[in-house]
Design a protein around this ligand. Structure first.
Ligand code: X8Z
Ligand code: ZN
Length: 614
């Protein structure tokens, strides 16, 4: 998973020795990695740095893979050492890059690569002795703790992937509350002090590199000034917020009808555990609760179809591969099938959160998942394969361009294909019978099902890094970590926790990307971008019906066009890549709004007379 974030890989890789906050000197002793560069010019420096990083990344990726698929004290220790090594190397290069960047008359490609070297480290450490080791030890420990996290259901311990699935299917408010509260307490709770120490170190590192704080550094990676990026995010959100607000009002009403006032009030925020997802980030799993009679009766449920047709993990991945093949992409290599982790191993702890990896920056692509046969994981399989096909398409680029046009692009590719999973497509791959295809009178239902995942996610996608940017800037202090998380969830999502939250809890830690140090703005961007890509693909395929019924499965022209965007990697500023595929140089919510327009009109009608907002 890490290589496609290039430098990120090196800096974020880190596990602590068995939960220790500090790694001792002996344990942290690094292998001697030769990173010396004697450059005659900025261009020469960049080339040498890329060579060192390329070589190191193929080593570090193997260490990380072994750690993530076999969590033990030993693999944690090795990952922590390798993570510290990577951080030291990338910080060293970043500091040199900052010096070279001051030169006049630099070639623009070289200048952009220098900026990538300086700004592309997710969690930088300061150069003082021991800092990178401590940072790596903490980051490694947090990731490992999350991987091993357990919740409780009916008094029994339940692991992470099982509890995630159970939140989607369970309809008992007391059990939902039990799962929600236990997961947040067990997983997030113990992480708070380590997290705040990690933030301190990373901020020191960011300052040495000339950034105000780590959040400012993260925002600097979008081919535009960091302030402009934050504004772009807010602007995109304002475009789509009216649609979210309608959906929120409608869903709250339906939950009130189902559970009654004592569980879900008619007004105010929605109770977080009732939405079919541990983080209330995607709500599609409770479609059965919100489906309107008649128009909402789609007639099939993705999870049921997969079970009826006896799909297993491999068959689900084969379906994803088949989609890419239908567009003209080469089949996945044999090693993908031999080396991927598709299901949760029975005999050991692993990091179950889905990821896609490129271990040699060439052909050794893999996914790591704990696949369950359900609709959520069918989408996630496509999502992960999107990363793998992107990685393979840009493999001939130079090291710093082995990446998405921006990180939102990387997250959007598989999702864009998954938008093409229409009823007609399901017939083509024999998951649905022709006579089960819902007619045009069911369009509302199809759109509502889709909105429950896609639209519901938007405020969550935005607030995760709003919180982290606040934490990094110091606006949110450790004592306010938990309260501010829930304030943001209430403000943006209109969600409240099912049980009172103590202010010294650490609920953000119960979401993978916080202990995992994975920036989250990318998922917000991807939610918007995937509709832009999808619309462009459907236009290219000559589709003339309602947008949500378009499937570009099997269209080689679309595939070729997509491939020309993917193979660019990060070699061009993202607006160039976007223009090549969509004709537009701006990320915009327009395509998403067009897709959901009929639903938005319908929701407005349904919500007439109801109290809106929270
Ligand atoms: O983390 C992921 C992927 C791996 S890149 C499974 N996603 C976000 C999440 O789960 O929170 C995909 C959707 C949003
Ligand atoms: Zn992803």
């Amino acid at each position: 998973m890490k290589n496609w974030i290039s430098l990120t890989a090196l800096a974020a890789a880190s596990l602590a020795i068995n939960g220790c906050k500090k790694i001792d000197d002996e344990a942290s002793s690094s292998r001697a990695v030769d990173t010396k560069i004697e450059a005659t010019s900025a261009k020469d420096f960049v080339e040498q740095a890329e060579k060192h990083l390329f070589d190191f990344s193929t080593y570090a990726a193997k260490v990380e893979w072994i750690n993530s698929t076999y969590l033990t004290e030993d693999t944690d220790a090795l990952a922590a050492i390798s993570g510290a090594e990577g951080t030291k190397m990338s910080v060293d290069f970043a500091l040199q890059a900052a010096e070279f960047a001051k030169q006049d008359g630099l070639d623009p490609v070289v200048k952009r690569k220098l900026d990538m070297l300086r700004g592309g480290i997710v969690m930088p450490a300061p150069t003082k002795a021991g800092a990178a080791d401590e940072l790596s030890a903490i980051a490694t420990s947090l990731q490992s703790q999350y991987g091993k996290g357990k919740g409780v259901l009916r008094g029994e311990e339940i692991n992470g992937s099982d509890i995630e699935a159970a939140m989607g299917t369970n309809r008992n408010p007391a059990e939902l509350k039990e799962m929600w509260a236990s997961w947040h307490m067990n997983v997030g709770g113990p992480m708070r002090d380590d997290y705040s120490r990690m933030v301190e170190i990373a901020n020191e590192g960011s300052k040495e590199l000339g950034f105000a704080d780590t959040g400012a550094m993260w925002r600097s990676n979008y081919d535009m000034p960091a302030e402009e990026f934050a504004e772009t995010m807010d602007k995109l959100w304002l475009d789509v917020k009216p649609l979210y607000d309608e959906l929120h009002t409608y869903v709250r009403g339906k939950l009130n009808e189902k559970y009654g006032d004592s569980v879900q009030a008619k007004t105010g925020p929605i109770r977080a555990d009732l939405l079919g997802n541990m983080w209330a980030q995607e709500w599609g799993n409770i479609y059965d609760i919100v489906a309107p009679e008649g128009a909402g009766d789609i007639g099939y449920d993705m999870s049921d179809l997969l079970l009826q047709k006896e799909y297993d993990a491999i068959k689900m991945v084969k379906a994803g591969e088949d989609f890419f093949s239908s567009l003209g992409f080469d089949p996945l290599p044999k090693t993908f099938w031999q080396r991927s982790q598709f299901v949760k191993p029975a005999d050991r702890e692993v990091v179950c959160h889905a990821s896609a990896w490129d271990l040699d920056n060439k052909d050794d692509i893999r996914i790591k998942m704990c696949i369950k046969v359900n609709g959520d994981d069918f989408i996630t399989v496509h999502h992960e394969l999107g990363h793998n096909y992107y990685q393979r398409a840009y493999k001939d680029q130079s090291y710093l361009h082995l990446n998405g046009a921006n990180d939102g692009f990387h997250e959007a590719i598989g999702d864009m294909l998954a938008l093409s999973i229409t009823p007609d497509y399901l017939v083509k791959i024999n998951l649905l019978d022709q006579n089960q295809v819902p007619g045009a009178d069911k369009d509302t239902g199809l759109l509502l099902r889709q909105a429950m995942d896609k639209v519901a996610f938007l405020p969550f996608g935005l607030l995760v890094d709003k919180w982290r940017w606040g934490v990094f800037s110091g606006e949110i202090k450790p004592a306010d970590y938990n309260n501010s998380w829930h304030e943001l969830k209430r403000e943006y999502q209109g969600i409240m926790p099912p049980v009172e939250r103590p202010s010294d809890a650490f609920d953000p830690g119960a979401k993978y990307h916080i202990p995992g140090n994975t920036p989250y703005a990318r998922y917000f961007l991807a939610r918007i971008l995937q509709f832009q890509f999808y619309k462009a693909a459907c236009d290219a395929a000559g589709w003339e019906g309602p947008l949500h019924r378009c499937s570009f499965y099997g269209n080689k022209e679309v595939g070729a066009k997509l491939n020309s965007m993917l193979e660019l990697g990060a070699s061009k500023p993202w607006p160039d890549a976007l223009e090549g595929f969509t004709g537009s140089r701006e990320m915009s919510g327009k395509a998403m709004l067009e897709y959901f327009k009929p639903l938005q009109d319908w929701l407005k009608e349904q919500n007439k007379g109801k109290t809106k907002g929270w």
